[in-house]
Design a protein around this ligand. Structure first.
Ligand code: FPP
Length: 247
């Protein structure tokens, strides 16, 4: 039976996985242990999202600002992502999960880009959940690249500047073809977007959870879906409830 609290399932959930370092710190463990536990939380979340009927799940795995962390931590994070793709790709493919990667690819190292491309290529015809990995991703950079593409089209005479509208911009973003996130979750108690999906978040519901990412699990995912289902989304208009009361 459908759980009535979960009657409205978001089509697209995006997550800022925050708090790996603090989780480890609290236990007197190295930060890298927090990131490793974070990968287990990723696995559980992907399963929970698919089971709940979510169609798109975006995970903020590595931001364009994360390169400024100490070299050893950057190496750890890249290593975890590489290992995740190497170890889990076959299973994700079996589960009919499609992988997409968003973020700047141009200057990516040769040990990571081919893996990301392979993951996308192998799974491109899959039709259950689409797992979108935001890697070397920053929203302002994504928007700037989209604007530059449009400017080149104008220069080439393919497009008039007066024809540029929000749909044309959306179509040039890394997320082209992916519906905007209905729900954005951030763990660890921080309440900001930190350059994540700024354009696409225009009407997203935001849910901030106090828990650190390594503790995130199926229960917390379903809790966030319940909070989402209780929200009244109006997209700048009036709610159905208001219209019903007003006649
Ligand atoms: C935030 O914790 C988390 C990250 C910067 C990276 C998230 C990466 C993973 C969970 C592992 C790899 C991802 C995939 C998809 C396999 P933080 O280090 O900022 O924590 P803190 O704010 O407590 O220091």
């Amino acid at each position: 039976m459908v759980n009535p609290e979960l009657a409205i399932i978001p089509q697209h959930v995006a997550i800022i996985m925050d708090g790996n370092g603090r989780w480890a710190n609290k236990r007197g463990l190295p930060r890298t242990v927090g990131h490793s536990k974070g990968v287990e939380a990723v696995r559980e979340t992907v399963r929970a999202a698919g089971d709940a009927g979510v169609k798109y799940l975006t995970l903020f795995a590595f931001s364009s600002e994360n390169w400024s962390r100490p070299e050893t931590e950057v190496r750890d994070l890249l290593g975890l992502l590489r290992r995740f793709i190497r170890q889990d790709l076959a299973e994700l493919h079996r589960e009919n999960i499609r992988i997409r990667v968003i973020g700047e690819r141009e200057k990516l190292r040769s040990d990571i880009l081919p893996l990301l491309l392979e993951a996308e290529e192998t799974t491109k015809f899959n039709t259950s959940l689409t797992l979108i990995i935001a890697f070397n991703y920053g929203a302002r950079d994504e928007i700037a690249r989209a604007v530059a593409m449009l400017a080149r089209d104008v220069e080439a005479g393919i497009l008039k500047a007066s024809e540029i509208d929000p749909d044309k911009i959306s179509a040039k973003l890394d997320t082209a073809g992916i519906p905007d996130p209905d729900l954005i979750i951030r763990t660890s108690g921080e309440e900001r977007l930190s350059n994540f999906l700024l354009w696409q978040a225009a009407y997203s519901e935001l849910v901030f959870l106090p828990d650190y990412w390594p503790d995130f699990d199926r229960k917390l995912f379903l809790d966030a879906l319940k909070i989402y289902a209780s929200r009244d989304r109006r997209f700048g208009g009036l709610s159905d409830k208001t219209i019903a009361v007003g006649g």
